[in-house]
Design a binder for this molecule. Structure first.
Ligand code: G1P
Length: 294
């Protein structure tokens, strides 16, 4: 018997963070507008979601994030100017990134109470539907978009799926960490989840990175506003409460993840993404030779 689960069509993008690690660059612009090569981080996340079949988007914003909303509007003056000057290629690029009217909404997280609280702020948008979460700081370079890989597992199981990767044991206190059950290839059964454990007590070094497909029940758990690690309302804690209900898996995704919330990770992403670009790769390879130290 084939069971049809509700189709995954919605994504929530939490973008309320202050970006203090990138000051002064983020003094007047949101950190999600920082470009990797020539695309802002937020657009990588939206493009990845669209590639995975997502049709409706909700950005959870905060004060000072207007540029993110403008970015997904039509830039009428820019387009007119490009058209007048015959810049067809640039025009086509802008138009291909244009959003379907009404497909993107925003809600505000008025107070920074944590990732779980940010997701809860999108509860009216989520309703009774499964939804994806993309944290734009985590950028994934892969042949099949990372969220699409998760969406395929959701289509098969109808359950919760998070993207995971092994991190050095000393770094587990930066992540949500899995207690693992059965392992089948890249798919890991989740038996427990702990947010930012100390290495001595961490159940594994398999850590969640910023891609999730969740069932809407998570909102009921978030609504209790229980405080976890760092005194914040943690998404990981609410997800942990869903274990034992619907299937819950971690997927060791194919691809490379860059932590663009970190300066070194951000710089590495610039190089890795530039090397993927036919128009830039040769020149980048050439200049990199000058920096080889050994
Ligand atoms: C958040 C989550 C954490 C996850 C991480 C992935 O942490 O709380 O579980 O592993 O994103 O990037 P943050 O980076 O907001 O501290």
């Amino acid at each position: 018997m084939i069971v049809a689960f509700k189709r995954l069509r919605k994504a929530v993008l939490p973008v309320a963070g202050l970006g203090t690690r990138f000051l002064p660059a983020t003094k007047a612009i949101p950190k999600e507008m920082l470009p990797v090569v020539d695309r802002p981080l937020i657009q990588y996340a939206i493009d990845e979601a669209r590639a995975a079949g997502i049709e409706q988007f909700c950005m959870v914003t905060g004060r000072g994030k207007t540029a993110l909303i403008d970015h997904f509007d039509i830039a009428f003056e820019v387009e007119q100017n490009l058209a007048a000057r015959g810049k067809e290629e640039a025009l086509a690029m802008l138009r291909s990134a244009a959003m379907e009217p009404g497909s993107i909404v925003t809600v505000r997280q008025q107070v920074p109470l944590g990732l779980g609280h940010a997701i809860w702020c999108a509860r009216a948008f989520i309703g009774d539907d499964p939804f994806a979460i993309l944290l734009p700081d985590d950028l994934v370079l892969s042949d099949t978009p990372c969220l699409q890989q998760l969406a395929e597992i959701y289509r098969e199981t109808g359950g919760n799926v998070v993207a995971i990767e092994e991190v050095p044991m000393a770094h587990v206190n930066r992540y949500g960490v899995l207690k693992t059950g059965a392992i089948e290839g890249n798919l890991v059964e989740v038996l427990g989840l702990v947010e930012k454990p100390q290495p001595e007590v961490a159940p594994s070094n398999l850590s969640i990175i910023g891609r999730y497909v969740l069932r809407p029940e998570v909102i009921e758990h978030l609504a209790r506003m229980e405080r976890g690690a760092g005194g914040e309302v943690q998404l990981t804690d609410a997800m942990a409460k869903m274990i034992g209900g619907a299937p819950f898996h971690g997927l060791k995704f194919d691809g490379r993840r860059f932590d663009c919330g970190d300066k070194v990770g951000f710089l590495e992403a610039q190089i890795a993404f530039a090397l993927q670009r036919p128009d830039l790769a040769a020149a980048v390879r050439e200049f990199l030779k000058q920096y080889q130290v050994n």
